[in-house]
Design a protein around this ligand. Sequence first.
Ligand code: FMN
Ligand code: SF4
Ligand code: SF4
Length: 444
Amino acid sequence: MSSILQNFEAKKKSKICFPSEHLLIYIPGFENPRTKQWGEGDNLEDSNALRKVDLSIEFCGLEFQNPFLLASGPATARSEMIERAFDAGWGGAVTKLLGLKTRPSPHPYIAALTFEGKAIGLGNIDSIVYPLDDWLQKIENLKKRYPNKILIANLTGDADTSSWQEMTKKVQDVGVDMLELNLSCPLTGEERTIGALVGQDPKLTFKVVKWVKEVANVPVMVKLTPNVTDITSIAKAAEKGGADALSAINTILGFVGIDLETMEPKPSVNGTSAFGGYSGPAIKPIALRCVAQAAKSTKLPISGVGGISTWKDAVEFFLAGASTVQLCTAVMFKGYRIIDRLKGGVSDYIRDKGFNSVKDIVGRVLPKLTSIEKLDFTYQVIPQVDRFKCIKCELCRLACRDAGYEAIELDEEKLPIVSREKCGSCGLCAQVCPAGAIFLKQRR
Ligand SMILES: Cc1cc2nc3c(=O)[nH]c(=O)nc-3n(C[C@H](O)[C@H](O)[C@H](O)COP(=O)(O)O)c2cc1C
Ligand code: SF4
Ligand code: SF4
């Protein structure tokens, strides 16, 4: 058991009391393990020296210096940018979309979804496809300069054998490490045979992967779209076609908002817009679900992508079955420098949990993900309130009154008291508490 959990157990035993009528609990100095900030505010160099954590990982037979990759997008649109990212410490990069047929992008192509002043999601209509031939020299140069970094080509093409095979041969001949078949771009427009329109059809997915595998001598990863009813059917089709890995997910088809003043859709391109790709923190739960489903339904290694902004997000993707992770929107907002925090936080977490490498935690949560009818329906919880952390905001009482079981009242000091009899074990109060003052404990 980690030191944090031991501390937690000891404090639970010594400080908690259960009044008979109401649950009113004193937990002075209670340390919530969920809010412990590994890697944040710590001296990372010193703490890493405690025990070295191996961040390198083998993925499709390739040795990645660390599992953090720049996802295909604006941050990999120029080779000079990829060089800077490699210098900053990223383990690899996926090029912006390349194809034999180019395609322009409308402008502006991005608009953010904000919540309480913070961007939580990003809508884009960035439809650009760069000419593959223009990138061949760049790929060769990048690989010469950075032989130990992993460079992946993000490819799109018409659903015909020759274009996919031509692209494959061209990029592998100049030394690319791996291919990522973009069968998932939601910006397909009228072109019925590219991007997500292939990746939404298991038969087409199988065919394209098979064509590529016939000529590929580097690993082939298939990037999945979340815009399907059953992602496992596409993942299995890619595996059957011979894919070496899966990446999940590309953006979610969305419509990010409307400017109420002008009544124009966002991002407004001279007054009009189109449905586009939605990314960023808001899509993480969908991406995590897709990664776990892909991991459970195939034997392929997975590169997790979608809503990763912090090292904690990355750890969640590893636990859900990803062996490498890719970031796009977070880099667009915060730049390449976030790599230091990602590496430091993941290292500290792995060491604190008693493991040695990223590989040790990959997929650890998968056995705990089951179908709803297999859950323990006898399990019940009861909230405990840390009166010393409570800021008396009453949000828990309001939430329980209007969306729970009317189980919270306030005492004469305006501190919440939970009725054991009325509480329906829903867990809502602990989620709304802004002070982290409510913990759910198993009801005995
Ligand atoms: C502006 C923009 C452009 C993108 N272009 C590509 C692309 O060319 N090829 C691709 O496979 N994915 C592309 N993506 C999708 C990202 O690689 C990634 O799958 C998605 O944004 C989810 O990850 P995130 O939440 O970290 O951004 C793009 C995303 C954004 C926001
Ligand atoms: S767990 Fe649900 S029912 Fe119980 S006190 Fe909290 S909000 Fe109310
Ligand atoms: S929501 Fe949290 S901080 Fe606010 S009154 Fe309830 S326990 Fe106290």
